[in-house]
Design a protein. Structure first.
Length: 162
């Protein structure tokens, strides 16, 4: 198992620990959505909040673990990449598939980090009498989008013809 996959599953485990640890501490109804200034504008049951979070984690596992495997077994694997004939040539197809798997885990790690951080901020906000989402969510989103842009550029540049 490569390092990115290990980190990905360590973050999945962290998210599950987060749910197990905080679920009993939360009120039955909690602020679940916040406006741009951090004020709550929607509420959810404890079961709904954590149930949706677990569903998101399972969806991320499905997307970043199983979709790449499924797509590799299809005859149209990599049909949308630049210089397809070069990168899917028999001597390079294994390298290309390994790159795709690695990149999927890297972007999966970014998604999980953002999810865990955002949920943690929502959980912490609900410990206050008047819940308010911490403003660090804005910095986290900005960092996420900068990373996403850099990841897309790297992905694009990788498939230039050497």
């Amino acid at each position: 198992m490569n390092w990115f996959r290990r980190i990905f599953y360590a973050l999945v485990a962290l998210a599950l620990i987060q749910v197990i640890y905080y679920y009993p501490q939360m009120p039955d109804v909690l602020a679940s959505h916040f406006d741009g200034l951090g004020a709550p504008n929607d509420w959810a049951s404890k079961q709904g909040f954590f149930g949706l979070y677990l569903a998101i984690i399972l969806m991320l596992v499905a997307i970043f673990e199983f979709v790449p495997r499924w797509s590799e077994n299809r005859s149209s694997f990599g049909i949308k990449i630049a210089n397809r004939d070069y990168w899917l040539a028999p001597e390079r197809v294994a390298q290309t598939r390994a790159f795709f798997r690695r990149q999927m885990f890297i972007i999966g790690i970014a998604h999980l980090l953002l999810s865990i951080f955002a949920i943690q901020l929502a959980i912490l906000a609900n410990f206050d009498q008047e819940p308010r989402l911490h403003k660090s969510i804005g910095w986290a989103l900005a960092l996420y989008f900068v990373f996403l842009g850099a990841w897309l550029i790297h992905f694009y540049l990788y498939f230039r013809k050497p």
